[in-house]
Write a protein that binds this ligand. Structure first.
Ligand code: GUN
Ligand code: ZN
Length: 429
């Protein structure tokens, strides 16, 4: 049995501070004991150290938080980040669909998958729910790379039988390829499958109905799609589905709304949809940098909270502008404030870790560094830039964390650990 002990300042938020007063767990001088990649003890160093006196001790210099969980991101889009000039539908046509067509070449998908996972680790992200492309092998490429690195990645082939030329499947091929991927990858490493219709506009009624049937047949599979991101998208959806009560209802009518459903964005939702999300157990991956970049609007935290909607946080690369979940948490604060809501800094950390993990159905495994969970964690350096150092010196925990969210990015990630093993170490000090 391989025992490891880590000493450092430990911080985690296992439950939503919205619903739970004592959600924040903080050990200013803590000990984390890991056995075969799993946390077996955690507590104040002075209390715990005598029990583990013979275990080799590694000091972690910085603020240690659970590995970040990115609840919505597109790996094929990473090289199209910062594409100028358009809102969602035109941006897809002009920048994104051409980029995704290039993944018809498997070697290109493999190279992108490797670069993408490296970028996640550089930013302290250890788990993610990831869009691939319509190509079956785009999922194989990502899963192979994630398996090799021991990362917790959930993904699936994109279903889009109404997509543009060169990025189209059919209901039959979409189903057969999804089936093949689930069979090939189920139970391997830390991987999971998400059925992934791109959004309501790129699938026929037949494909959406088929997706609902697939989801009912595969109880370990998530549903991952986009919802109510952009006003022009919402208008097009309303025009195509006049019988639906709202955008969410389109998915509901095809059996796609339930506790395993993850919807990205949800910027333009009514009370009916929020209430239905809560009742069904489905949740939203909030993507503030993307919403700002594409001019989509600001997520309404107040409305979501009034209905108790389950929330996580996503970068939505390539519409998002940073892989950093720290930076994304800082933008979530600013998006909330734009609607006169306050997002507590510990809640923002929750959304970037255990909240997203809960949304992805993996909160029993990751997100809070609790005993029994996998030892994925990040060492944050609150002095990674001269300005951060000035702002955080001598500051209380909440201020240091908030400064990291507002000023921090990949530079603030000194080390990233997967299952107790250092998988990324920043080279400058
Ligand atoms: N809606 C449908 N496809 C996409 C996509 O690739 N990115 C974003 N942000 N929204 C979408
Ligand atoms: Zn997206």
């Amino acid at each position: 049995m391989a025992l490891q002990a880590f000493r450092g300042e430990l911080l985690s938020v296992a439950r939503d501070p919205r619903d739970c007063e004592d959600a924040v767990r903080h050990e200013p001088d803590g000990l984390l004991v890991v056995e075969d990649g799993i946390v077996v003890a955690r507590g104040p160093f002075a209390e715990l150290a005598p029990r583990f006196a013979d275990v080799a001790l590694e000091d972690l210099p910085g603020l240690v938080v659970p590995g970040f969980v990115d609840a919505h991101v597109h790996y094929p889009q990473m090289d199209r980040i910062a594409s100028h000039g358009e809102q969602l539908l035109d941006w897809l046509d002009r920048h994104i669909f051409p980029a995704e067509k290039a993944l018809a070449a498997r070697a290109h998908a493999e190279a992108l998958a490797q670069a993408f996972l490296t970028e996640l680790l550089r930013n302290g992200t250890t788990s993610a729910l990831v869009f691939a492309t319509v190509h079956e092998h785009s999922v194989d490429a990502l899963f192979e790379a994630a398996l090799e690195r021991g990362m917790r990645v959930i993904s699936g082939k994109v279903l889009m039988d109404l997509g543009p030329e060169g990025l189209r499947d059919t209901p039959a091929s979409g189903r057969a390829e999804s089936e093949a991927l689930v069979r090939r990858w189920r139970g391997r490493g830390r991987l999971g499958y998400a059925l992934t219709p791109r959004f309501a506009l790129t699938s026929s009624d037949e494909q959406l109905a088929d997706a609902g049937a697939f989801l009912a047949e595969h109880r370990d599979v998530l549903l991952h799609t986009h919802l109510a991101e952009n006003v022009h998208e919402c208008a097009a959806v309303a025009q195509r589905f006049p019988e639906a009560a709202d955008y969410l209802d389109v998915y509901d009518r095809f059996g796609l709304v339930g506790p395993r459903s993850v919807f990205a964005h949800g910027v333009h939702l009514g009370d009916r949809a929020c209430s239905r999300l809560h009742e069904s157990g489905a949740g939203i991956a909030v993507c503030p940098s993307s919403n700002l970049f594409l001019g989509s609007g600001h997520f309404d935290f107040g409305q979501a909270d009034r209905h108790g909607v389950k929330l996580g946080l996503g970068t939505d690369i390539g519409a998002g502008t940073s892989f950093s979940m720290l930076h994304t948490a800082g933008l979530a604060y600013q998006a909330a404030l734009a609607r006169e809501d306050r997002l507590d800094t510990f809640r923002a950390l929750y959304l970037a870790t255990a909240g997203s993990a809960r949304l992805l159905g993996i909160a029993d495994r990751v997100g809070a560094l609790e005993v029994g969970q996998e030892a994925d964690f990040v060492v944050l350096d609150p002095a990674s830039t001269p300005l951060l150092a000035r702002r955080t010196r001598g500051a209380p925990l909440a201020e240091r964390l908030f400064a990291l969210q507002i000023l921090g990015d990949d530079r603030a990630v000194a080390r990233t650990y997967l299952l107790g093993r250092c998988a990324w170490q920043r080279t400058f000090s």
